[in-house]
Design a protein around this ligand. Structure first.
Ligand code: DAK
Length: 261
């Protein structure tokens, strides 16, 4: 597939996905979502990639939401189709078997805030702005905002952000737990890459299973959740990486590096 709105790069063990639609501040239209779906296929199939960074092109915007020009004339069926596509891609991102870091460089509004929340970790630049402006456009958040924002920041704060449609700056996003860290714009990509490399240098299967246990467990009661954890923990003992790392510890030497096996 020819990519018009997404740039996919690889740096060692990291894939960097850049959403690039400068004329619309990287807003997500159907074409971009379809390309993103395709790029996730590539990343999924690439055994060298152990962590992913998602960012927006330029200095102004991460993703300024779903594309309003494309959405404005949609009928109910087209609107539903668009929603299904977006939700499918966002859920794939969330469930990807590799950790995904959002490097939020500017506007993260509506679908932009929502796509950042489908990532595992969010690093924001001091210029980032977050918000769910949908009710000001006559719609509800449609790409998971009512659910993922609530899980991240709690019901009261999620309701305030969604009902008021007001944007918040990076420092407030950090205070309420929407982002993990805020850095100067020029430090954003280096910080995200450093974090991605730290993760990529750990045992990939253990990272993958931890992600699965967290994602599944957050949706159920503690006993069911802990059974997911036990399952993940047990599975690690079938891996060479667990055997090598624990043997290295007992032999008081550094492990040789994880093999993803
Ligand atoms: N869509 C399309 N074009 C956009 C856009 C967007 N979301 N945001 C910006 N642009 C375009 C502008 O129209 C403008 O285009 P030209 O006029 O140059 O052709 C260009 O980007 C530059 O924007 P501005 O001139 O407005 O730049 P400013 O710096 O003055 O303002 C801004 C930047 C981000 C504050 C402003 O552009 C803005 O308020 N943009 C809209 C932000 C927004 O409301 N985003 C949320 C969209 S609603 C669904 C699932 C999900 C969703 C919907 C349905 N289903 C389940 C069906 C999601 C909804 C959303 O995300």
């Amino acid at each position: 597939m020819e990519l018009k709105n997404i740039i996919l790069e690889k740096e060692g063990k990291i894939a960097i996905v850049t959403i690039s639609r400068p004329k619309a501040l990287n807003a997500l239209n159907s074409e971009t979502l379809t390309e993103l779906d395709y790029v996730l296929d590539q990343i999924e199939d690439d055994n060298e990639v152990l962590a992913v960074i998602l960012t927006g092109a330029g200095e102004k915007s991460f993703v300024a939401g779903a594309d309003i020009s494309e959405m404005k004339d949609k009928n109910v069926i087209e609107g539903r189709k668009f929603g299904i596509l977006g939700n499918k891609v966002f859920r794939r991102l969330e469930l990807l078997e590799k950790p995904v870091i959002a490097a939020v460089n500017g506007f993260a509004l509506g679908g932009g805030c929502e796509i950042s929340m489908a990532c595992d970790i969010r690093i924001a630049s001091t210029k980032a702005l977050f918000g769910q402006p949908e009710v000001g456009l006559g719609i509800t958040p449609g790409f998971g905002g009512t659910q993922r924002l609530t899980r991240l920041v709690g019901m009261g704060m999620a309701k305030q952000l969604i009902f008021t449609a007001k944007n918040i700056k990076a420092d407030e996003a950090l205070r309420i737990g929407l982002v993990n860290k805020v850095v100067e714009p020029e430090e954003l990509m280096d910080t995200a890459k450093k974090l991605a490399n730290t993760i990529a240098n750990n045992a990939p299967i253990a990272v993958k299973l931890s992600k699965q246990a967290i994602n599944r467990g957050i949706q159920c009661d503690i006993d069911t959740a802990l059974s997911f954890e036990s399952e993940a923990f047990g599975e690690c003992f079938s891996t060479e990486d667990q055997k090598d790392a624990m043997t290295a510890f007992v032999e008081k030497r550094k492990p040789e590096g994880f093999k993803n096996r």
